[in-house]
Design a protein around this ligand. Structure first.
Ligand SMILES: [Zn+2]
Length: 188
């Protein structure tokens, strides 16, 4: 009899554990990737090596599909596609800085597009021969998540078009101080 009560209590405890997060579920999707993802950091630059099964536990389904299974979001669906806000784009999977907003341009291709990454090490390049095409895949330099592809039909000065899935981008607006600093740099 005692054992049955114990089991019942255990079962109840488990159930209440599982139902807890549901009650407090944040409506803002952005909270998910920061609070529930222990691998996300904008300050730690060390490489992240995480098994896909562990990524699956901390990423949203969309992010997992694109970042880890090399999926592609539907064109024209990203809120970043037309965004003109000044700031920095980070890898939404690990927090690695990828692009500055001043290298973003209207490519008309349906995905957020940039002509230059923030640094040489922020991105990794890999040949991609899938779907009968010869393309260059771009991955995050810190966590090796699939970001998109780079094409050679971009604007000057690089002539490159980094065509990036908005789902795997995280944006932070530049502070007023940084904006001023950048303006001074352009017009000394
Ligand atoms: Zn990353």
């Amino acid at each position: 009899m005692k054992r049955i009560i114990c089991l019942l209590l255990f079962g109840f405890a488990l159930q209440s554990c599982y139902s807890q997060p549901g009650k407090k579920k944040p409506e803002n999707m952005d909270v998910h990737k920061k609070n529930d993802n222990p691998f996300y950091s904008r300050t730690d630059t060390s490489k992240v090596t995480v098994k896909d099964e562990d990524w699956k536990k901390v990423l949203s389904a969309d992010m997992y599909y694109i970042a880890r299974q090399k999926g592609t979001e539907r064109p024209w669906t990203s809120k970043f596609e037309n965004s003109k806000e000044v700031g920095t784009y980070y890898c939404a999977v690990c927090g690695n800085a990828l692009f500055k907003s001043d290298t973003k341009f209207d490519s008309g291709c349906g995905w957020p597009s940039f002509y230059e990454p923030i640094s040489k090490t922020s991105i990794i390049y890999l040949p991609d021969h899938s779907l009968g095409m010869s393309r260059t895949e771009v991955q995050c330099g810190r966590c090796k998540s699939h970001l998109g592809h780079v094409f050679e039909d971009g604007p000057p000065p690089t002539g490159l078009r980094y065509c990036i899935n908005g789902v795997v981008l995280d944006f932070e607006k530049a502070s007023e101080a940084e904006k001023k600093y950048n303006e001074q740099k352009k017009n000394p």
